[in-house]
Design a protein around this ligand. Structure first.
Ligand SMILES: Nc1ncnc2c1ncn2[C@@H]1O[C@H](COP(=O)(O)OP(=O)(O)OP(=O)(O)O)[C@@H](O)[C@H]1O
Ligand SMILES: [Mg+2]
Length: 338
């Protein structure tokens, strides 16, 4: 494609070595409502300098406690929120420098399946319409054509096509999540954001939906951003994993590297607990959980870290590579490992 056609079509990275998604030093700051007339409104740095690459057809997992910034990263990829700084490249193109046509094309390339399928599925539309709706809205098909395509998608997600004329409330939670997946697939996306997509489901249903997501990826080569709290599930699904703490990536690597040989003290504690839901006991003065509105100085994790030294309170560690592709943000990794 020619670089002369404008910013939306300018490829910044040559195709051969190009990841499908590349976040470069992303920041997202939210302004909160003002607490005091004479003081500036507080802000929260929800995402603080996040960089990662995702290969086409792979799954990038994001784990971390509630409020660590996972959904904010997902919202930027979905173009629901612009970053405060940094660049988000998809297929080598800056998604926040697109013209209207490129933006419309991008919105169908990136879809989401969220935690609560019931909230996402309109209760007054039949399932056939729900699945066909994105295609019709984009002007690609008539309702009739869209509903014919919906039948094929129902089959792909393991539902009987006679369900096309039913309403969402007539289905179980797992079935509704299958409908949400069919709807996401209707526009042939290249990327699907799975933000806690199986977290609300019973254990047995969860396994079936994970299996379906795997099958879909194998058949269609779609790339996933998979966000979750349950480490076993994130490990099972992910090719690569990023661990977030108070807006920053503290560790990144292949799923095997991160889970078999966690480097960062936070990741070590998560892996030992098995879930990012299990609260890690704060070690800081007053036992307060640190907040992204007023994050600790130096290393963000130092108030809860059993290995913290004076250096950790003063100086923020950089994310550095310890093994090939395995990076962690800690001053003392070598000593901890020894
Ligand atoms: N629209 C917003 N306005 C103000 N603050 C926000 C907004 N959205 C998110 N935040 C704050 O940004 C931080 C990161 O939130 P985010 O939803 O990305 O976390 P998360 O890792 O997805 O958490 P969870 O696991 O609970 O879903 C939190 O402190 C949150 O309160
Ligand atoms: Mg979230």
């Amino acid at each position: 494609m020619s670089a002369a056609t404008g910013p939306s079509t300018t490829r910044l990275v040559p195709p051969a070595e190009r990841p499908l998604i590349e976040a470069r030093d992303l920041y997202k700051r939210y302004r909160l409502s003002r607490q005091h007339f004479f003081k500036p409104a507080p802000t929260v740095l929800a995402v603080d300098g996040v960089s990662f690459k995702v290969a086409p057809g792979s799954t990038f997992g994001l784990v971390g406690e509630s409020g660590s910034g996972k959904t904010t990263v997902a919202k930027m990829l979905l173009k629901l929120e612009p970053p405060s700084a940094g660049t988000l490249l998809v297929d080598g193109m800056d998604i926040f420098a697109q013209d209207r046509a490129a933006e419309r094309a991008y919105r169908s390339k990136v879809q989401a399946v969220l935690q609560d399928p019931y909230g996402a599925l309109s209760p007054r539309l039949t399932v056939g319409r729900i699945i066909a709706e994105p295609l019709v809205a984009q002007g690609r098909m008539s309702w009739k054509q869209g509903e014919a395509r919906a039948a094929g998608l129902m089959d792909m997600v393991g539902l009987r096509s006679d369900g096309l004329h039913k309403y969402p409330h007539e289905f179980s939670g797992g079935q509704r999540q299958r409908i949400a997946i069919a709807r996401a697939l209707s526009v042939d996306p290249h990327i699907i954001v799975l933000d806690e997509s199986v977290s609300a489901l019973d254990v047995s249903v969860r396994a079936q939906i994970l299996k379906l997501l795997e099958d879909v990826q194998r058949k269609l080569g779609v790339t996933y951003l998979f966000i979750g709290h349950d480490l076993a599930i994130v490990r099972y699904m992910s090719t690569d994993v990023g661990v977030m703490y108070l807006g920053q990536l503290v560790e990144i690597g292949t799923a095997a590297q991160v889970f078999n040989r966690p480097l960062h003290p936070y990741t070590r504690q998560l892996v030992a607990a098995g879930s990012a839901d299990t609260p890690i006991r704060p070690l800081g003065a007053g036992g307060e959980l640190p907040s992204p509105i007023n994050p600790p100085s130096g290393c963000r994790f130092h108030t809860r870290c059993p290995h913290a030294t004076a250096l950790c309170a003063q100086q923020a560690p950089a994310l550095r590579e310890i093994d090939s592709g395995h990076q962690a943000r800690c001053h003392h990794i070598e000593q901890i490992a020894a």
